[in-house]
Design a binder for this molecule. Structure first.
Ligand SMILES: *Cc1c(COP(=O)(O)O)cnc(C)c1O
Length: 223
């Protein structure tokens, strides 16, 4: 199947309120352009340098989503154009994004990443850490970041019950945050969860954004 056909197939499974982020990390611009020509405008990357190179090479009506683990010293390279940073996993990182966004005269949209998986290796905030951050005076002073919701990754397992439980816990965090800190804030609306292997479950558990790579572009090769 072609990239265009893969996109159409994935989209046929998505309810209208769920946005598709085409995860194009490691893939060449020619492949991204096939997706672009099929109407895809949101792309996800996990390396700042790679995303910046693709941004420069591609049409300017693309939304670039940063979905990787972000180091503070790399923010400046994408501050002028990034559409949404999915993986905000510390207060320190959010403050650094705010600083770079201010220099770029922008307000950068961000999602708070929560640790929902069993694996220790997956990054993310705990509920307590998020609460402490959102209640702080320092947070209230950040004018160049906009918190648009939450993001999480489930454990890599075949156990559907467990994956569902983890996605449900992210939805629960979202609902609690909405009630406690973002009620009446229309920007706080997104739950980024679901990848190639688990996006149908994620949608059933309330996802509004799925991040899909290999189902669209094929398996990735790392060297
Ligand atoms: C690579 C990646 C994806 C896409 O993974 P696939 O299994 O190829 O769909 C989604 N989210 C994050 C954070 C990723 O790093």
């Amino acid at each position: 199947m072609s990239i265009a056909e893969n996109i159409d197939l994935v989209k046929s499974h998505l309810p209208a309120q769920v946005q598709l982020i085409a995860v194009s990390k490691t893939k060449p611009v020619e492949m991204l352009m096939e997706a672009y020509n099929q109407g895809q405008r949101a792309f996800g990357e996990n390396k700042v340098q790679e995303m910046t190179a693709k941004y420069e090479a591609m049409p300017k009506d693309i939304e670039w989503h940063f979905i990787g683990h972000l180091q503070t010293n790399k923010i400046k390279y994408m501050a002028s154009f990034v559409h949404l940073i999915h993986g905000v996993d510390s207060f320190k990182l959010l403050k650094a994004i705010n600083t770079e966004a201010r220099k770029a005269s922008r307000v950068i949209s961000c999602l708070l990443q929560f640790h929902i998986a069993e694996e220790e290796t997956k990054f993310g905030l705990s509920w307590e850490e998020a609460k402490e951050m959102l209640q702080s005076d320092e947070f209230a002073e950040l004018e160049n970041v906009r918190i648009c919701g939450v993001m999480g990754m489930a454990t890599f397992t075949d156990d559907e019950t467990q994956i569902r439980k983890e996605f449900a816990s992210l939805k629960h965090h979202f609902d609690r945050l909405k009630t406690a800190y973002f009620s009446g804030n229309a920007a706080f609306k997104d739950i980024s969860m679901g990848m190639s292997g688990d996006y149908l479950l994620a949608i059933e558990e309330g996802s509004t954004m799925v991040r899909i790579g290999s189902t669209i572009f094929g398996e990735r090769q790392y060297y």
